[in-house]
Write a protein that binds this ligand. Structure first.
Ligand SMILES: [Fe+2]
Ligand SMILES: [Fe+2]
Length: 142
């Protein structure tokens, strides 16, 4: 399970690349924690929850940094790109809501897998596709 950060995702701006790496690391440790938990006698919902909430907050931090960069360089697809970020935050907030509606010590396997798959797929497509356009824009400008 999981997909690691790849050199191919690099956009050449240190802060953004570092944040992308953190996003991949965290989503992978979330998946690992979940896997380990499946075999544990008592599910550790709290640790999974902490990681999940860290991840959702970190997305917002990251989007702000990235949008600041786009503003600074005058990125041509700024508006569309920011709409994509916004839509993703909305989706993740829906997930949070669904998650918080679960009972105290319950981990809904289906929900968890749906969330992590969607988050991971989004990251691969967005970072590997949309964010790479920022790298190209910077390169073309030089
Ligand atoms: Fe990004
Ligand atoms: Fe982005």
């Amino acid at each position: 399970m999981g997909v690691s950060w790849q050199k191919d995702f690099e956009i050449g701006v240190e802060e953004i690349d570092r944040q992308h790496k953190v996003l991949f690391e965290k989503v992978n440790s979330l998946l690992d924690k979940y896997e380990a938990d499946k075999t544990a006698e008592k599910k550790n919902k709290e640790q999974i929850e902490d990681l999940f909430f860290f991840l959702t907050d970190y997305f917002e931090t990251h989007f702000s940094s990235e949008e600041e960069l786009q503003e600074k360089i005058g990125f041509s697809e700024q508006k569309e790109h920011q709409e994509r970020h916004k839509a993703f935050i909305e989706r993740i907030n829906e997930f949070k809501y669904d998650y918080l509606n679960l009972a105290e010590d319950e981990i809904d396997d289906e929900l968890f897998l749906e969330i992590s798959n969607q988050v991971l797929n989004w990251m691969i497509n967005h970072i590997g596709g949309e964010d790479k356009k920022i790298a190209k824009f910077i390169k073309d400008k030089q």
